[in-house]
Design a protein around this ligand. Structure first.
Ligand code: NAI
Length: 325
């Protein structure tokens, strides 16, 4: 029989958690053959609500769900974990500025990085969804010196999926006809979807649309989609964020035939400075990813990519100043 894969999820009682856990337990993350052991971390006051979520998980009678553990101690919940989905973070409250948010959330990721370093399995893969995702992933990585750096990723797959869906809608084609689309940079409004290397059938996407549409409509609409959802739904994107989290970790574990967007530690490719976790087009196979090499970037793309990388360098400087890395 298959041994279960241990998947740790933080912020499990939150909005994203409520969608994520049921998809994982039904087999969307690991495929239809592999049982999963869930290890769910929350803050103490949320454990009661999390017990309710576990009752519902039980009530689904998922055949692949081997076990569920919950707790507020990171070293216990990360023990032996093969994959960690770090979703839990503090939302920005009224009166908090960006540096307050970096500081409050940064402390979560110093502790969780250290705990992963101590107790996770040797093959641990870590994906940070909680915002500011790229810099939180950097903080966790810097606090986990024994885990190979490339095991720390951040989520830009939601931006990737949004960009793909929006382009498909504009061109009136199926999303499956769009290939090689990638998001570059930070998961914030500076992220850059490159349509100059995106293929739609035999065409390049940028040849099928006006340049003005790309610059004035498409890029800003993708970048501000999160805000548009809050306005419409009265709450931030949750099911789509959970779906993207699963897409990213699924492809990292099991591979993909397509180029996907992953925020990974920069190796200096395309002039993106080392020392930050930035989104790149990646290929994934056999549990390993590679940044796609040899792409031609036009001046506009280069400018936008480096501008987004600059945001990440500034965030890095801010958390260095706070003593978090
Ligand atoms: P939420 O507020 O509903 O849930 C967050 C949960 O994290 C809460 O239950 C909270 O108790 C828990 N938490 C806080 N500190 C924790 C800690 N130290 N350890 C364990 N759990 C902790 O928020 P939601 O909507 O589920 O979003 C979670 C995060 O994901 C937010 O930071 C949000 O900004 C981010 N996000 C990122 C996206 C991306 O594309 N990268 C997309 C959408 C959301």
């Amino acid at each position: 029989s298959n041994t279960p894969v241990k998947v740790a999820v933080t912020g499990a009682a939150g909005q994203i958690g409520y969608s994520l856990l049921f998809r994982i337990a039904s087999g969307a993350l690991l495929g239809p053959e592999t049982p999963v052991a869930l290890q769910l971390l929350e803050v103490t006051p949320a454990l009661k609500a999390l017990e309710g979520v576990v009752m519902e998980l039980d009530d689904c009678a998922f055949p692949l769900l081997h076990s569920v553990e919950i707790g507020d101690d990171a070293e216990k919940m990360f023990d032996g974990a093969n994959a960690a989905l770090l979703v839990g973070a503090m939302p920005r409250k009224e009166g908090m500025d960006r540096s307050d948010l970096l500081s409050a959330n940064g402390k979560i990721f110093t502790g969780q990085g250290a705990a992963l370093n101590k107790v996770a399995a040797d093959d641990i893969k870590i994906l940070v969804t909680g915002n500011p995702a790229n810099t939180n992933a950097l903080i966790a990585k810097e606090n986990a010196p024994d885990i190979p750096a490339e095991r720390f990723n951040a989520l830009t797959r939601l931006d990737h999926n949004r960009a793909k869906a929006m382009l498909a809608k504009k061109l009136e084609v199926s999303v499956s006809e769009i290939k090689d689309l990638a998001i570059w940079g930070n998961h914030d409004d500076s992220m850059y979807p490159d349509l100059y290397n995106t293929k739609v059938g035999d065409n390049i996407a940028a040849d099928l649309v006006d340049e003005a549409w790309i610059k004035d409509e498409y890029i800003p609409t993708v970048a501000t989609r999160g805000g548009a959802i809050i306005k419409a739904r009265g709450a931030s994107s949750a099911a789509s964020a959970a779906s993207a989290t699963i897409d990213h970790m699924h492809d990292w574990l099991l591979g993909s035939d397509e180029i996907v967007s992953m925020s990974v530690p920069s190796d200096g490719s395309y002039g993106v400075p080392e020392g930050i976790i930035s989104s790149f087009p990646c290929r994934v196979k056999d549990g390993k990813y590679e940044i796609v090499q040899g792409l031609e970037l036009n001046e506009f793309s280069k400018e936008r990519i480096l501008a987004s990388a600059k945001r990440l360098q500034d965030e890095r400087a801010a958390v260095e100043k706070l003593g978090l890395i």
